[in-house]
Structure formats: structure tokens, C-alpha cells
Design a protein around this ligand. Structure first.
Ligand code: FEO
Length: 167
């Protein structure tokens, strides 16, 4: 059964937000390429791809429900980073915004008794817990490395091993 036009609108907003996330991480990857931290850049590229897949999960869901996908403008991501720490802090702020949007979508779906939405949104609620936790952990590790270049390079090497689809 198709969802209401209001819920369809909210899903289309979420598709846009996930593509905006992909853009944001791609911009972060460019910052790390510029600062000669290729491992961090790899991690960010994988994250950008993961966000594109999130957008596509919502995209397919809207179509499967017999609703219309309406792609919208993606705002330019911020690019005024000053350090690896500032990038990951921006990432955490962004993930919190995404979490709030998914919770809002969940609220709208439950209020409107759109039960078909719930399995998908549960998946995303869990995904956001993982994403916020991963980024928070990285913030702590980067903060610990501080001005120690050797520690940062070690972290760079570790992040560079992130495989496609891995957290
Ligand atoms: Fe798809 Fe990182 O939120």
C-alpha cells in the first residue's frame, strides 16, 4: 500500500539528506588528500559510498511502496576544516542531525500507522547508533594523538584498511 503524500515528502527529504551526507564525506576525503593523510581519505571515501547506499535504500523503498521519488537540490557541504579533529567533529554533528531526522521519520510513520516503514527505520536507527559511536571513538583517538605526528600516521594507516561496506 502506498504511503501518504506527507510521509512520501518526508522520505524524499531523507533521500536528499543521505545524498548530502555522501557529499559531505567526499569533501572531507578531499581535505585529507590535501593534507597527505591518505588513510583518512580512504575512510571518508568509503563513508561517502555508504551514504550513497543509504540514499538508495530509501529510494528503492519509496518506489517499492508505489510512491514517487522526487530528488532535490543538495546543499554544498562545508569545506573550511582546520584539522583532522575539526573534520570528525563536523562528522559527528552531521550524524546527530541525520539521527534526529530518522527519529522524526519514525515518529511520523508510527503516528500515521505506516507499519511497513518500521523494519526499514529500525535498521536505520541501529545504523545511526553505530555511526555515532564509530565517529565518537575516532574523535577520542585523534584527540589522544594530539600533536604527535607518529600517532596520527599510525591511525592513518589503520583507517586506510577500511574495506568497502565496513564500519
Ligand atoms: Fe546515512 Fe551517516 O547517515
Amino acid at each position: 500500500m502506498a504511503m501518504t503524500p506527507q510521509l512520501q515528502d518526508a522520505y524524499n527529504d531523507q533521500i536528499t539528506l543521505e545524498f548530502a551526507s555522501s557529499f559531505a564525506y567526499l569533501q572531507m576525503a578531499a581535505f585529507f588528500e590535501d593534507t597527505n593523510l591518505p588513510g583518512f581519505a580512504t575512510w571518508m571515501r568509503q563513508q561517502a559510498e555508504e551514504e550513497r547506499l543509504h540514499a538508495m535504500k530509501f529510494f528503492e523503498f519509496v518506489l517499492d511502496r508505489g510512491n514517487q521519488v522526487e530528488l532535490r537540490s543538495i546543499p554544498a557541504p562545508s569545506s573550511d576544516f582546520t584539522s583532522p579533529l575539526s573534520v570528525f567533529e563536523a562528522s559527528l554533528a552531521h550524524e546527530r542531525k541525520v539521527t534526529a531526522a530518522i527519529h522524526d521519520l519514525y515518529g511520523q510513520a508510527t503516528e500515521g500507522k505506516d507499519y511497513e516503514s518500521l523494519p526499514l527505520l529500525h535498521w536505520f536507527i541501529n545504523e545511526q547508533i553505530e555511526e555515532e559511536s564509530t565517529v565518537s571513538e575516532l574523535i577520542e583517538q585523534i584527540a589522544m594523538a594530539g600533536e604527535n605526528g607518529a600517532a596520527l600516521l599510525l591511525l592513518d594507516r589503520e583507517l586506510g584498511t577500511r574495506a568497502p561496506g565496513a564500519e
